[in-house]
Design a protein around this ligand. Structure first.
Ligand code: ATP
Ligand code: MG
Length: 200
């Protein structure tokens, strides 16, 4: 399974609906400083619900909504919203149809060769709302997280390696570093289960 496209609409510097294709093996995004490269990564973190643990660059969720006056600290008037959709190529059936149906709570998920995870944040005058969709079905964040975990994508995992992560790993104590390797190798999960079992 891999990300085959990202659709940004009114997200951070992407004031227009923008579809970004990704390749299966390796995709590089280049561009001048401030052109929005890192905003693309923020979009992935936002849509997949990994934002809090992986350090998205925004204080509030509503800072992620496109704002033409962003540089001047102004804020546009009226209702505002942003949407990001991550299109996953699941043609290798990393996730089975029943896993997707389970997470969506509905049979009506279309062809699961393609899994689309969409998140929308909407700001009203005195509040904001966040919505998640799985193949157009409305779901909760936990549904998305449980589904992704079955494909090995977790908030604590290292599917996303942020700037500074590598230096941090180098500067860790050997024990802390070992924990990360266990996490990546999938051993940590069993250690936790073993500990639970001993406690019982
Ligand atoms: P660098 O090469 O320096 O890392 P980059 O390509 O990664 O740059 P980003 O950090 O992705 O650039 O983009 C920064 C730009 O996004 C800034 O110009 C900033 O004004 C703009 N930006 C951030 N949030 C918003 C927003 N809510 N609305 C409009 N523009 C925004
Ligand atoms: Mg950057």
């Amino acid at each position: 399974m891999y990300i085959k496209a990202l659709v940004l609409d009114n997200f951070k510097s992407f004031g227009r609906k923008t579809k970004i294709p990704f390749y299966e093996d390796f995709t590089v995004v280049t561009g001048p400083n401030g052109s929005g490269k890192s905003n693309i990564i923020d979009a992935v973190l936002f849509a997949l619900g990994l934002a809090r643990t992986r350090g998205i660059r925004a204080e509030k969720l509503t800072d992620l909504i496109y704002n033409p006056g962003h540089e001047d600290g102004d804020r546009s008037a009226g209702p505002r919203e942003a949407t990001v959709e991550v299109v996953l190529d699941n043609s290798d059936e990393t996730l089975t149809r029943s896993q997707v149906v389970n997470a969506a709570g509905s049979d009506d998920v279309g062809d699961v060769d393609e899994i689309r995870i969409r998140r929308r944040v909407k700001e009203t005058e005195d509040n904001y709302y966040s919505y998640y969709y799985l193949n157009d079905r409305s779901v909760n964040l936990s549904d998305i997280q449980d589904l992704l975990a079955q494909a090995g994508v977790t908030p604590e995992g290292y599917n996303v390696v942020m700037q500074g992560d590598v230096t941090e790993i180098i500067n860790m104590t050997p024990h802390a570093r070992r924990e990360i390797i266990d996490e990546i190798a999938g051993v940590a999960e069993f250690d936790a289960k073993k500990e639970d079992a001993f406690e019982e």
